[in-house]
Design a protein around this ligand. Structure first.
Ligand SMILES: *Cc1c(COP(=O)(O)O)cnc(C)c1O
Length: 360
């Protein structure tokens, strides 16, 4: 069987060129006679892999020199604890609740200090991003936390919140490298890589250097202290080596594609094709306020659960995989990350048109 168009929210589609190159190097990485999976993380070959990956990421995202780049484990969810453990000096932080992932992050942070939920879009099942231009930011807040692209609900912050001088911490798991961002606006920005960059198991943290210190909450494990990993250049212990290698290959792919501005244009073009269709469809409709729509995750429904199920089943048979919505939301969701080609979205829209004709 050939490859399908995979609309999974994560782990998700990766560039075919990257997978092919990795396959070619599987048994013998550049004349070392072994796979990257089999080599010492202290070897020259791996040192070059991780150093090149970091340099390429810095170039792609224009990461300023006063920021550290860390390749860690534990997924995005581990950061829900690591962030407060390292940054909650006053034991207080403000969270903006725009979906499940922000909610989970806030719940976890509550183990370590006071959490103020300063804004939320729970009133309309997270179908929009609240106005964050003038929030009641707490005087003692160590940081303001957002989930920038809400993978499950399909919303995205198009403008960062006004944090009134407080540090901004952002989870960009599902919009990582989908468009340029200004790293200098954040104290810490992080993401699990399995949405848009690589295999699950690696998380990338980009953190301003002055925020890295031994002054962490009492009892913080060595492995959950940013300073441990910053001091060791992400090689304190065995890192997720194969994951970092694939991330590095995706960074090179992104550079060859023309970088993040080009990716943004491509992603806008793909998303427009799908949203334009949804906006005029008589059967399907999008679930998100137009101004807050994500370029990466597009939820939609027919309004009839049986018809939704039929759509998911028939689309799968047509080679369009993983269109079922999140288990907490229902309906459908098309995740159209960087590696999803335009042709994949064309195939989806063509299938939706046909389904609409047959079922309206
Ligand atoms: C998937 C996802 C997570 C959770 O990632 P894990 O690596 O499974 O912990 C957190 N935040 C966002 C925005 C996500 O999309």
């Amino acid at each position: 069987m050939g490859r399908v168009y995979n609309f999974s929210a994560g782990p998700a589609v990766l560039p075919e060129e990257v997978l092919k190159a990795a396959a070619e190097e599987m048994l013998d990485y550049k004349g070392t006679g072994m796979s990257v999976m089999e080599m010492s993380h202290r070897s020259k070959a791996f040192e070059e892999i991780i150093n090149t990956a970091e340099a390429d990421l810095r170039e792609l995202m224009q990461i300023p020199d006063d920021y550290e780049v860390l390749f860690l484990q534990g997924g995005a969810s581990q950061q829900f604890a690591m962030i407060p453990m390292n940054l909650m000096k006053n034991r207080e932080a403000d969270y903006i609740i725009t979906g499940q992932w922000a909610k989970k992050a806030a719940q976890e942070a509550e183990k370590y200090g006071k959490v103020n939920r300063v804004a939320s879009s729970a009133d309309k099942t997270f179908s929009y991003i609240p106005d964050c231009s003038d929030l009641p930011i707490s005087e003692n807040a160590d940081y303001v936390y957002i989930c920038e692209n809400n993978t499950i609900y399909g919303t995205k912050f198009k403008e960062l919140p006004n944090t009134k001088g407080k540090l901004l911490v952002s989870d960009i798991s599902s919009c990582f490298l989908s468009e340029p961002i200004d790293v200098s606006k954040y104290g810490l920005v992080y993401g699990g890589v399995q949405k848009n960059i690589g295999p699950a198991g690696t998380v990338i943290v980009i953190i301003r250097k002055d925020l890295i210190s031994d002054d962490v909450l009492p009892g913080t494990p060595t492995m959950l202290t940013y300073k441990t990993h910053a001091d060791a250049k992400s090689l304190y212990n065995t890192p997720p080596a194969y994951g970092i290698y694939i991330c590095g290959k995706v960074f090179q792919w992104l550079k060859a594609m023309g970088g993040l501005s080009v990716m943004k244009e491509r992603n806008e073009k793909k998303a427009k094709l799908l949203y334009d269709y949804l906006d005029q469809s008589k059967l399907f409709k999008g679930t998100v306020e137009a101004k807050d729509r994500s370029l990466m995750n597009v939820p939609f429904v027919t309004g009839d659960a049986d018809l939704d199920a039929k759509f998911v089943k028939e689309s799968k048979a047509a080679g369009l995989e993983n269109l079922k919505g999140h288990r907490t939301v229902g309906g459908m969701r098309a995740s159209i990350y960087n590696a999803m080609p335009y042709e994949g979205v064309e195939a989806l829209v063509a299938f939706m048109k046909k389904f609409e004709e047959e079922n309206l």
